[in-house]
Design a protein around this ligand. Structure first.
Ligand SMILES: [Zn+2]
Length: 283
């Protein structure tokens, strides 16, 4: 990166963040530069005084976007991977309205994130409670959040309840079936089992907290931790299902460096490998 590029990029990032109501930057630095897609893509580490910490991804051939460092993207690498998946999708969709998995299995990911955020703030608030009823209330918040999550999942998969004979409030049942959808196949067997265990733990533990007057603050914190984990896990299973496992790859050389070509007079899009020159229909 040249000094000129750096100055220019910092200005673009600052005005981009300003447009998102993120101000008062106290630290901005390139965390990592990736070149595996051909051009240079930079992940910037941006810290502000009051508006949190962010990863900003920008570079050759990709739109600028930002990702919070708080809950969901722990590393520059994660932000980059996610950004790449989204950018490729946008580019592909721009070229061709192909039937995308996100249209078949929509999930209100913002709603899931907001459940997760609310639980995280409850975990912070927990440092100020005293009475046993407050702890039972935490258990109740967890249970309600899980039921709300089940509702979001059922909305995203409208045939699920009917097909499986489930009630919308049956968190464990709905979660089990959704895990089977988002983590399909033999290779995900262990992941499914672990995910189901987390869902059960979150549900069973929150029920215990609700019904027992003899719990202490750590019990309630564990309850929140398990519930937060369950919500985040569902979110990440969905993202995994959407993205990283299904990235287009060249069938000849496995390269992910490609362009999508749409030939005139032809509805079919072509995957054009930039590494070996192989062309094949995009399925
Ligand atoms: Zn190739």
């Amino acid at each position: 990166m040249t000094p000129e590029y750096r100055v220019d990029a910092e200005q673009r990032i600052e005005s981009y963040l300003f447009g998102q109501d993120i101000k008062d930057i106290k630290f901005i630095q390139v965390e990592q530069t990736f070149t595996d897609m051909g051009g240079e893509i930079h992940v910037w580490n941006v810290k502000t005084r009051v508006d949190g910490s962010w990863w900003v991804v920008e570079g050759e051939g990709v739109p600028m976007n930002l990702y919070t460092q708080n809950e969901f993207y722990f590393s520059a690498d994660e932000a980059y991977s996610f950004h790449l998946g989204i950018s490729q999708r946008l580019r592909a969709r721009h070229h061709l309205e192909f039937k995308h998995i996100i249209d078949e299995l929509p999930l209100d990911i913002d709603h899931v994130k907001s459940i997760s955020r609310r639980l995280n703030s409850a975990a912070v608030a927990l440092n100020d409670v005293s009475a046993p009823e407050d702890l039972q209330a935490i258990g109740l918040t967890c249970r309600e959040s899980l039921i709300e999550l089940a509702g979001v999942l059922a909305n995203g998969n409208p045939n699920l309840l009917e097909e499986k004979g489930l009630k919308a409030a049956d968190f464990k049942g709905v979660a089990r079936e959704v895990i089977a959808i988002y983590a399909p196949g033999k290779s995900n067997g262990k992941l499914r089992k672990r995910s189901r265990d987390i869902m059960e733990a979150a549900w069973d533990h929150s029920s215990e907290i609700v019904h027992s007057p003899n719990k202490n603050i750590p019990d309630a914190k564990i309850c929140l931790l398990l519930t937060c984990s369950a919500v985040s896990l569902i979110q990440n299973l969905f993202l995994k299902f959407l993205g990283f496992d299904n990235e287009p790859k060249c069938s000849v050389c496995k390269s992910m460096d490609f362009d999508i070509l749409v030939l005139e007079g032809n509805d079919e899009a072509l995957f054009n490998c930039n590494s070996c020159g192989n062309q094949e229909p995009l399925s």
